[in-house]
Design a protein around this ligand. Structure first.
Ligand code: SF4
Length: 368
């Protein structure tokens, strides 16, 4: 890890939504960093606040009913303080996002060539103005240089027959081809930070694997920082340098990838790892019992306590603080620091306890 300031630094990020059922407190005090050239994954079950965290980072939740607090610093600039036009410029130029669903990320009424060439020509320009747009859009030199760049990228992402894909509409492409087009579009302006939300997870297993291999190669070839979201720990293990495990809108644990898989500290991380399907049949049957919390009425104290086999009264009454394990790892569990609650649990012990544990039922009303 370098001594330089991180490329992305998120501190005490909180996100809530005003709704008919009350205020949903979805992300609570998230701290994370992405170093230059580092691949970071946020992992956890669906509904743990991963996508909301990245949407808040990219500025997509700046309007009510969302409420965002905290600091999001990119290369020394506080993104939440930037004027909208500067923010848009940065998002198109230095930060790119690959959203979960490739079909809804592409405009159905324009060909792939038109959309990607527009991105190559205007991405990161903020508001070019209508005259500026038409002047450049119809400048044959500008347009053909941008088209060449798009073709290069389509080849780089191993798109079959890129020339004919340029003239195709999104609905004419397979899911895997649409995903490749989205990845090419995200890389067109050589971003410093790529944010990828469950890339390829909507595809079937073999195509998903091809997309992961492609990402692996692109990561190896480019000096790019990546913040990736996944519910699949196998993806996190395969692609990332560091993993953040998120539960109930909070970071439960973070560590370098090898460390978190070799010696997970947090009972939730241990439960996730024990639940990974294995061909040997050794995985924990049934996974972690219970489900992620309701954000309009989250559990008091540790949000994992209704599902945790180690939970006691202290877990229900106070929020666990982060405990460091060496320089780069931390985990938020009362058992790590409270001698009366026992030592850091082992993965085997947690697996045994989880398989016998009955989750606490959700309270009928009010917090528990
Ligand atoms: Fe389990 Fe308590 Fe640790 Fe939360 S703080 S993970 S409930 S032991």
């Amino acid at each position: 890890m370098s001594d330089a300031a991180p490329l992305l630094s998120v501190r005490d990020l909180s996100v809530g939504f005003e709704g008919f059922d009350g205020y949903a407190d979805v992300v609570d005090g998230v701290d994370l960093t992405v170093e230059h050239g580092e691949v970071v994954t946020i992992a956890g079950e669906t509904g743990c606040g991963k996508s909301v965290t990245t949407k808040a980072i990219t500025g997509l939740l700046n309007e009510p009913p969302a409420h965002v607090d905290g600091t999001v610093e990119f290369d020394g600039q506080d993104l939440r303080e930037l004027p909208d036009d500067e923010r848009r410029e940065l998002n198109g130029d230095r930060i790119s996002v690959i959203f979960q669903n490739p079909l809804s990320s592409l405009n159905p009424v324009f060909t792939i060539g038109e959309q990607l060439t527009d991105t190559a020509q205007f991405g990161g320009d903020g508001n070019t103005g209508i005259l500026g747009y038409f002047r450049r859009r119809f400048s044959s030199t500008d347009r053909s240089a941008a088209r060449e760049r798009v073709l290069e990228l389509l080849e780089e992402v191993r798109m079959p027959d890129p020339e004919s894909v340029m003239d195709s509409y999104p609905s004419e492409l397979s899911g895997g081809m649409r995903q490749r087009a989205i990845i090419a579009q995200a890389l067109l302006n050589e971003p410093d930070l790529l944010i990828a939300d469950e890339p390829g997870s909507a595809l079937d297993v073999t195509v998903h694997d091809e997309i992961l291999s492609l990402l692996e190669d692109l990561i190896a070839e480019r000096d790019m920082s990546i913040l990736m979201i996944t519910h699949n720990l196998g993806v996190a293990r395969r692609l990332s340098d560091r993993v953040y495990i998120m539960y109930g809108g909070r970071i439960a644990e973070t560590a370098p990838t090898a460390e978190i898989f070799d010696a997970p500290h947090h009972p939730y991380t241990q439960g996730l790892i024990a639940s990974i399907p294995r061909l040997s049949g050794e995985s924990m049957a049934g996974g972690i019992g219970g489900s992620v919390p309701e954000y309009t009425d989250p559990p008091m104290g540790c949000r994992f306590h209704p599902r945790c086999p180690y939970a006691d009264e202290s877990c229900r009454s106070s929020e666990p603080a982060d405990v460091s394990f060496g320089e780069q790892a931390r985990s938020a569990c009362i058992r790590h620091s409270d001698g009366d609650s026992g030592p850091v649990p082992t993965l085997q012990e947690t697996k045994r306890r989880l398989s016998e544990h009955e989750p606490t039922p959700e309270p009928a009303e009010g917090n528990q």
